[in-house]
Write a protein that binds this ligand. Structure first.
Ligand code: PEP
Ligand code: MN
Length: 339
């Protein structure tokens, strides 16, 4: 456990804490900082919860476990937020909110080019589009695969927008990585450890979505899988979890955003499209996510949602997306960010 003293806590207060640590059967180890002291309580890990009571003592700011089960993703290892550089001009985790927008699936050249031009005009900094689709039903459209990747490249050439696209199994990681700027690991694969390890061996940013029944700790452990293989460029994406609620497709867990910001230095974005499953709610949840501290948004936009091969009901038409982006500027500014 680490006991963090308040800045300017009195020596007497610190001595009381040291005494209490010893009484509880632990050995205190004081680290003197420039503004505050931090005290490590060393001893049996199993009984360490008794130390939590120290939090109510005078001069104590907080009591924290020494090491989370996730280490590389933890703020204990790296205090400052990580900024992930996707291209020379797009960085995630800085002041600028990064919006990745486009259709759920790449369906045709015209559809992806039209989408890319529309989202670029509205101010998105990245294009999204699935070429390999992880569908719940084996009978649903599975994606255009390599053809889809090539079309995404064409859209990137035309608009200058880098793109994020999903990779669904370890066998196709190298192939997808040859084309994409960011590899997406979808909710259904968020605990596919073989896939996580494989993308961990690349030097390419990974957008890791939260599994639909994953706790925040499990989410960070999945990030740890990627990072422990050497790839530190991980972006976390809250995309909604399964709850008893049926009015929305998922429940977008906005509280996960400040929790993650506290626990990890990795950037956090939100996906209000899958988070709600309904285009009517996407703008409101986008603004809320920015207010909650998100570093970016992933939003599904389709030129003709009524005829989309996947996720039409949650996809915004370009005109609605433009309105969202206009209003987003106000919320971003209020949150001390830019778009
Ligand atoms: C997607 O981004 O289209 C997708 C399938 O997302 P998720 O994995 O969050 O369901
Ligand atoms: Mn989708």
């Amino acid at each position: 456990m680490i006991i963090v003293m308040k800045a300017g806590a009195a020596k007497k207060e610190r001595d009381e804490v040291l005494k209490r640590i010893k009484e509880l059967g632990y050995k205190p180890h004081v680290i003197h900082g420039t503004t505050r002291d931090v005290i490590g309580a060393i001893g049996d890990e199993r009984g360490k919860l008794v130390l939590q009571s120290i939090e109510s003592m005078h001069g104590v700011e907080s009591v924290l476990p020494i090491l989370q089960p996730y280490k590389l993703a933890s703020k204990e290892i790296k205090k400052n937020p990580s900024i992930i550089h996707v291209t020379d001009t797009v960085a995630i985790g800085g002041k600028e909110i990064i919006v990745m927008a486009g259709p759920c699936s790449v369906e045709s050249e015209q559809q992806i080019i039209e989408s890319a031009i529309a989202v670029k005009q509205a101010g998105a900094q990245m294009l999204r589009g699935g070429a390999f689709k992880p569908r719940t039903s084996p009978y649903s459209f599975q994606g255009m695969e390599v053809e889809g990747l090539k079309l995404l490249c064409k859209a990137r050439e035309m608009t200058g927008l880098p793109f994020v696209t999903e990779v669904v199994n370890p066998e196709t990681v190298d192939l997808v990585a040859d084309y994409a700027d960011i590899l997406q690991i979808g909710a259904r694969n968020a605990q596919n450890f073989a896939l996580l390890k494989k993308v961990g061996q690349l030097k390419k940013p990974v957008l890791l979505k939260r599994g639909m029944s994953m706790s925040i700790q499990e989410f960070l452990m999945s990030a740890e899988y990627i990072m422990s293989e050497g790839n530190q460029a991980v972006i976390l994406c809250e995309r909604g979890i399964r709850t008893f609620e049926t009015a929305t497709r998922n429940t977008l867990d906005l509280s996960a955003i400040p929790v993650l910001r506290e626990k990890t230095h990795l950037p956090v974005i939100a996906d209000p499209s899958h988070g709600t499953g309904n285009h009517h709610y996407v703008a409101a949840m986008s603004f809320a996510a920015v207010a909650a501290g998100a570093d970016g948004l992933m939003i599904e936009v389709h030129p003709d949602p009524e005829h989309a091969t996947s996720d039409g009901p949650q996809s915004l038409k370009p005109a609605k997306f433009l309105q969202l982006m206009e209003k987003l500027k106000i919320f971003a500014e209020a949150a001390g960010r830019t778009v």
